[in-house]
Every structure is written in C-alpha cells, then in structure tokens.
Design a protein around this ligand. Structure first.
Ligand code: CA
Length: 231
C-alpha cells in the first residue's frame, strides 16, 4: 500500500508541484485548497502524513487552526508545515501547535523528500519495535515505544512522535548529555538547532503542566540536553 500524503495549500501551482513530485516518488497524494475541504476529506480517514501551508487564502492562519484540530484528533499523525522563507514566527507557532517538522517553500525537491522520508522513518521505528512490549522506566517516567505512550507519575503526557523520540533518546541514557546533533540523528530530524530547542521547550511545558516541579530535562549549556537521574 502506498503511503498517503495530503497537502493543504491554497496556491494551485505550488500544490500541484508538490503533488507531482510526491507521486513520482510513489506516494498517493491528495491536495486541498482550504481547511474545510481538507477537514471533510479527513472526516472518515486521516492520511499517513499531512503537509500544511500556514496561510490558506483569506484564512490567514487557517493552517495553524487545521493543525490544532488534527492534533486534537491524533497525537501521532505526522504533520509538517510549509512556511515562507525566514518566517521564524510561523515555524515557532507551528511547532508549538504540535507540528513535527516544517519545510520552507524554497526547499529543493531532494531535500523535501529527505525530510518526508525521515519523518516516516520516525513513525516506522516506533511501530517496528512492537514486539518488545517493554516500558522504559526512569523514576516517575514510564515510556512505551510500542504504545507510543509516555507517563509521568501515572499521568499520560501527550507527546508527538518527534517529542517521544527525543525523550526516549535522552531517558535511555540517563545522565548522559546528548548533543542537538545526536538528538537529531536519534529522531531522524534534519533541522536546525533552533527547532530542537523549540521541541525541547514544548516537551518541558507538557511535563510541567502535569507537575510544576518537573525538572528532569536539563539543558547543558553549549553541549546539549540530558535526562537527570532520579532522586
Ligand atoms: Ca498560502
């Protein structure tokens, strides 16, 4: 079964461009020009990945709204944003809403494919470990790759696929510093340092909203991050 990718982009030329490029790579692609048509198409079945433009015609932040709605339906649906070049605000807002990655509109096609393949690989790695069935336990943290679940003090932490990989990568090697590059490698993310920083901030915020004394995810200045030993 080919993987199904949906693109939500109001500019027909850009949309068709991406659709063609992805089809050539063997993906099954559907394009939508606005939030409503995308939502009604996803009503019965979600795609395997969705690429969303921020501005959808008159709906200037329609992409963000769509991301929020889809994320509330599925914590693990891979979501990528399309942003104009140098639009840092879009990137930060998109990641805050739970997107896994973003693409700038001037991205080259090989680079675009690499990002998509990497995000699919992240999802595959999760489902590929289904036989293990074990929980990684670190003090109040319990993490199951199999179930795509993270618990803190017996409460579920709603992490996305990308965030789950980052926590897994850190918690597996308790007390060891992982550099941003190592985290990117572990989670198959091909992004800049700033994006990793945003992901980490959002992970911390999610744990903090369950437990305001949460302090396990440590920033080691100039080196990276580590998951502190319990106690
Ligand atoms: Ca647009």
């Amino acid at each position: 079964m080919p993987r199904r990718i949906a693109i939500v982009e109001d500019e027909a030329a850009i949309r068709h461009n991406y659709q063609d490029a992805l089809r050539i790579q063997g993906y099954q692609v559907a394009g939508y020009a606005d939030r409503q048509s995308a939502l009604s198409a996803f009503h019965s079945r979600l795609p395997d990945m969705i690429i969303i433009d921020v501005g959808l015609g008159d709906d200037v932040e329609g992409g963000f709204e769509l991301c929020r709605e889809l994320r509330s339906r599925s914590r693990t649906l891979p979501i990528m944003f399309l942003t104009a070049r140098d639009s840092d605000l879009d990137v930060i807002s998109g990641l805050r809403l739970g997107a896994d990655d973003y693409l700038t509109k001037d991205i080259s096609l090989p680079h675009l494919m690499a990002r998509i393949v990497a995000l699919f690989r992240r999802v595959e790695m999760l489902s590929g470990e289904q036989t293990s069935g074990t929980w990684l336990e670190r003090g109040k943290l319990r993490l199951s790759i199999e179930r795509m679940e993270v618990m803190w003090d017996s409460q579920p932490v709603p992490l996305t696929v990308t965030e789950l990989w980052i926590v897994h990568s850190l918690a597996r090697r308790l007390g060891h510093v992982r550099s941003r590059q190592q985290l990117m490698d572990d989670a198959s993310i091909l992004v800049d340092d700033q994006t990793i920083t945003s992901h980490v901030k959002r992970i911390r915020r999610k744990f903090n909203s369950l437990d305001d004394s949460f302090d396990k995810l440590d920033t080691v200045y100039g080196a990276g991050y580590r998951w502190k030993t319990p106690g």
